[in-house]
Design a protein around this ligand. Structure first.
Ligand code: GDP
Ligand code: MG
Length: 439
């Protein structure tokens, strides 16, 4: 996606000096990228000013070079720019009204949200109140049926208020009721009247506007219109997987004063994420050399590593690196959570995979240090005599070396098992490859 070019800019910057001219060039590059991602020009100018000011004027923290400082400033400012705070979802009894124009992804999102709450142990029902789009109810019924979610609708009824009244009655035993409303091709008076009335009758806990990433900064205008009509509690940006304008959509909603709650990252019912700007920016910048620099300035995330491991290229050296990284940033499940679609898998990780005590890690380090490079990269070579040699070399018992190898093997197996579903869901790779980059 366009935003991914930020990574290249920072990478280029990280290889140069960090004087005023270099910083200016970096900031101009960032401006260009954001404008390409359809971010509002005025917002971009303000962001650029903030970055320039902080990069040049702020005092350097101890042990940090000017260049590293600049990269961290860019990172922090982008996070703040895209919403700063991670969204939260109330997991409990509630009514949710989804609003939005034609094709935004409302109906798909209705089912995604239903799955989201269902997976968290709540009873969920859907009410289909789109009386505008032909066969709208049939589409919803089908999607819901595929995901074992109860749905209520009156396909011949033309009054959404009547549908909703009966629907709420019908679904009164449910913990979460989600109402899919009708769109229009543009916001108009008829739509305003309709949603104001629905809002009155449902009195929803969440009033969420669904917008598609591909409308870019036009999302902000919609957020203001819908917000003025019913007082939105949030926005959901869908199709983040397939549009280059996601940055514009996210930043304008935030600027319009309506927080982004969820993002849609695919057509499937599980392609949903709680919006987290830190994770979002990390995903854009969080790879390779940039990552190392940002991490030095701030403990950050390592999605690249996780993705590599899931491709099955997981050696003892990786295992060791991972053990160290785990101590720094928390357990593997946190790493996996950063990859779209993986949150649910982490519950299946056995407890032994969680960070090992420092003592044991130290011993393991000695053992891995006593291996040849070849052994580290091809652990299958390590036979009994090698185990004995490694044990001697590291001052440990052969049993302990075996224990290390067993742990490594267990982790490798888990990663391998995850692979098929991981690849199907796409993970990071899909997230990026889906973005259409205008070049
Ligand atoms: P509605 O008119 O607002 O109810 O929109 P729909 O839910 O019918 O979605 C319109 C189209 O967008 C459908 O083809 C969906 O499969 C597709 N869609 C919805 N959400 C996403 C998403 O997050 N990513 C992608 N790639 N497609 C999506
Ligand atoms: Mg629909």
């Amino acid at each position: 996606m366009v935003l991914e070019k930020l990574k290249d800019l920072l990478l280029a910057f990280s290889k140069r000096g960090a004087d005023r001219a270099e910083i200016d060039e970096l900031v101009r590059g960032i401006q260009r990228v954001l404008i390409q991602a359809d971010v509002d020009v005025k917002l971009v100018a303000e962001l650029a000013d903030r970055i320039r000011k902080k990069a040049l004027e702020e005092k350097l923290p101890a042990g940090i070079t000017r260049r590293e400082h600049v990269i961290k400033v860019v990172y922090d400012e982008l996070v703040a720019f895209l919403g700063a705070k991670k969204a939260e979802a109330k997991v409990g009894r509630q009514k949710i009204l989804l609003l939005g124009l034609f094709g935004a992804g409302k109906t798909t999102m209705t089912v995604k949200l239903a799955r989201f709450f269902q997976k968290r142990g709540l009873k969920v029902g859907i009410v289909g109140a789109d009386v505008w789009r032909p066969a709208a109810f049939e589409q919803l019924r089908q999607l819901a049926a595929n995901n074992n979610i109860e749905v209520f609708g009156l396909p011949k009824e033309k009054d959404p208020v009547r549908i909703v009244k009966s629907g709420l009655q019908e679904m009164r035993q449910k913990d979460v009721v989600i109402v899919d409303s009708a769109g229009r091709s543009a916001f108009d008076d008829a739509l305003r009247k309709e949603i104001v009335e629905l809002n009155k009758i449902i009195s929803p806990d969440e009033k969420l506007l669904v917008v598609s990433a591909d409308i870019g900064q036009a999302a902000g205008k919609q957020a203001r219109e819908f917000n003025a009509a019913v007082g939105l509690t949030g926005v959901i940006v869908t199709k983040m997987d397939s549009s280059a304008k996601g940055g514009g959509a996210l930043s304008t909603c935030w600027a319009a004063g309506v927080p982004v709650k969820f993002i849609g990252v695919g057509e499937k019912a599980d392609d949903l994420e709680l919006y987290d700007p830190v994770r979002f920016v990390s995903r854009i910048l969080g790879m390779g050399d940039i990552q190392a620099l940002v991490e030095k300035a701030k403990t950050a995330l390592e999605p690249k590593k996780a993705e590599e491991m899931l491709r099955g290229e997981f050696t003892l050296s990786d295992f060791y690196e991972q053990l160290q990284a785990m101590q720094k940033m928390g357990p593997l499940d946190k790493v996996l959570e950063m990859i779209p679609g993986f949150g649910g898998l982490t519950a299946r990780l056995p407890k032994e995979m969680l960070p090992t005590q420092e003592q044991k890690m130290k011993r393991w380090k000695f053992m891995i240090d006593s291996m040849t490079k070849e052994e580290r990269n091809r652990p299958e070579l390590i036979d009994r005599s090698r185990i004995e040699r490694i044990a001697r070399g590291s001052g440990s018992k052969p049993e302990e070396v075996k224990e290390l190898l067993k742990n490594y093997e267990a982790m490798r197996k888990i990663l391998k098992k995850m692979k098929p579903s991981a690849l199907k869901r796409g993970g990071l790779g899909k997230m990026f490859s889906g973005f259409k980059m205008p070049r």
